[in-house]
Design a protein around this ligand. Structure first.
Ligand code: ADP
Length: 109
């Protein structure tokens, strides 16, 4: 299930950014926890949408801007899966553009 959660984030990073820009994955281990960060240089996510994108079936933008195919379930499931593993997932702005999704899991020591 964690693999599904990670796949969702990587798929979205690719889907919602230009094919010429990089998507990066970064794994960082600190004492007691592990963070996985997936970053893209796409158009980013507005503050308003950041509050809603983890909701079931929510898709940002209107009919015309929503060119990418999807169901709006990916982030809902990702959050559910990560939380059921005792972790959290957050979204922040990437600089100078795009988004970062960070999964934080308690891994002990
Ligand atoms: P889906 O991709 O099937 O629409 P998700 O639940 O995975 O559903 O994502 C919800 C919405 O969040 C997407 O429709 C999209 O508008 C936005 N979104 C998700 N990931 C990104 C991203 N990396 N960059 C920009 N917008 C994103």
């Amino acid at each position: 299930l964690l693999q599904l959660a990670i796949n969702n984030l990587v798929d979205n990073a690719v889907k919602y950014s230009d094919s010429k820009t990089p998507v990066t994955a970064n794994l960082k281990r600190s004492s007691g926890s592990t963070q996985l960060r997936i970053s893209d240089e796409g158009k980013g996510i507005s503050a308003e949408d950041k509050k809603k994108i983890f909701d079931k079936f929510y898709r940002a933008g209107n009919r015309h801007t929503r060119e990418a195919k999807g169901t709006g379930l990916g982030l809902y499931l990702t959050k559910k899966i990560v939380e059921q593993h005792g972790g959290s997932v957050i979204v922040t702005d990437n600089k100078p553009q795009g988004s970062n999704f960070v999964i934080d899991l308690q891994t002990g020591n």
